[in-house]
Design a protein around this ligand. Structure first.
Ligand SMILES: *Cc1c(COP(=O)(O)O)cnc(C)c1O
Length: 382
């Protein structure tokens, strides 16, 4: 009864989402700060003023949302933690200012970046491709590779968990090689500079898709959106789940050339015509319009991350320098699993990976100052 395809499925295991006990959740990189009032009132007003819209299909192309995302990227330069509020709107820092305006035809919106990634894998990679990716990265990539039967070309990280840029670029020279990695990477938190990615792109085969997942870039990385006009094979994936406090909304998007957006839209229209519900579209537009709020949250999270990293280092932890909303850390003599269990016993969830090579580490999402103070209290004795 079961198809042979099923043999290639190795499903992703998400961070725990407990419903029975009240834990402080620092295990799934969700945003500790809730959505802003503007989002809450936009959703309530929409449902109250237009209840009949819940019985109609939503806009299949998310037109208003794509307009709002493009405008938000242009205002912020694509990195919230460095954008400035000038009293009327956000403006990008010098480092992030884009050399061109992002237009709505460069945006595709989907049901979480996980769905967006699935459509990209379907559209651009198949069994003839060798997909270059780092050994430790977002664990959904190998899951999709199994789902779509795409061979992997796994590149080990350097000892300090930096991506091996030279080796990845060398392997991506082959005519069959596609590329995917997260920048900043997960679960390490390490980021590549835009110029390092540019060098990789210059060396990589330009006929295959080169995907950069910027799920965490708002917390201090450098966005590669600025490189899109130079490299037509570059595809950038982003999400509302981390910096935009929207994990429950399921909103992710692609920034790429209009041709790539058309191709992904063809995939969508062959699989799930209406991936984003009407309420999520309204919430997403309001979130983009309130970018100033999310900028201030991102800045607070970055400040807390630096404080917490210093706390851990003072106590002998080896902390990977992070450009994300989490830190990845280990301590000699403390097993990762034991640290996770001990912290959990005190009511806080962090993430531990059983994967060989990173099993000594725990990954801790940066929460509010109160949440981090509670965690520091627990870790004081470890
Ligand atoms: C969280 C995460 C995603 C998934 O985001 P969703 O939009 O919630 O599906 C994608 N990539 C990376 C690297 C992530 O950490």
């Amino acid at each position: 009864m079961i198809s042979t395809r099923m043999e290639n499925l190795h499903p992703y295991v998400p961070g725990e989402q407990p419903s029975d006990k009240l834990y402080i959740k620092l295990n799934a990189n969700e945003n500790a700060y809730g959505p802003c009032n503007g989002v809450v009132s936009a959703v309530c007003d929409f449902v109250r003023a237009h209840p009949q819209k819940l019985s109609l299909y939503p806009d299949p192309d998310s037109t208003l949302l794509r307009n709002a995302v493009a405008a938000m990227l242009n205002r912020t330069g694509g990195v919230l933690s460095r954008a400035q509020w000038n009293g009327a709107q956000c403006t990008p820092s010098k480092q992030d200012a884009l050399p061109f305006a992002v237009t709505p035809d460069m945006i595709y919106c989907g049901n979480g970046s996980d769905e967006v990634l699935s459509f990209l894998f379907y559209a651009f990679f198949d069994s003839s491709v060798r997909l270059v990716l780092p050994e430790f990265t977002y664990s959904f990539y190998p899951v999709y590779a199994g789902f779509y039967n795409i061979p992997l070309d796994v590149v080990p990280l350097h000892g300090d968990l930096r991506l091996n840029v030279q080796e990845m670029a060398a392997r991506a020279q082959s005519a069959h090689s596609g590329m995917i990695f997260a920048n900043p990477n997960a679960p390490t938190g390490r980021a590549l500079l835009r110029n390092e990615v540019r060098t990789m792109l210059q060396n990589a085969n330009s006929d295959k898709a080169f995907v950069v997942d910027e799920a965490y870039v708002d917390f201090g990385g450098e966005s590669c959106i600025a490189l899109l006009k130079e490299f037509p094979n570059l595809i950038i994936v982003r999400t509302f789940s981390k910096s935009m406090s929207g994990a429950g909304l399921r909103l992710g998007y692609i920034v790429a050339s209009p041709e790539i957006i058309k191709t992904v839209t063809t995939v969508k229209n062959s699989l799930n015509h209406f991936p984003i519900d009407a309420i999520a579209q309204v919430a997403g537009v309001a979130a983009c319009e309130n970018d100033a709020y999310y900028c201030s949250c991102a800045k607070k999270i970055c400040a807390e991350r630096e404080k917490f990293s210093a706390f851990l280092r003072m106590r002998g932890w080896d902390v990977v320098p992070s450009s994300a909303n989490f830190v990845f850390a280990r301590k000699k003599g403390v097993a990762g699993k034991a640290a996770y269990e001990m912290i959990k016993a005190h009511g806080i969830l962090v993430r531990h990976f059983a994967t060989k090579g990173i099993e000594e580490y725990i990954r801790i999402t940066i929460g509010t100052p109160d949440q981090m103070a509670a965690l520091c209290n627990i870790m004081e004795t470890m």
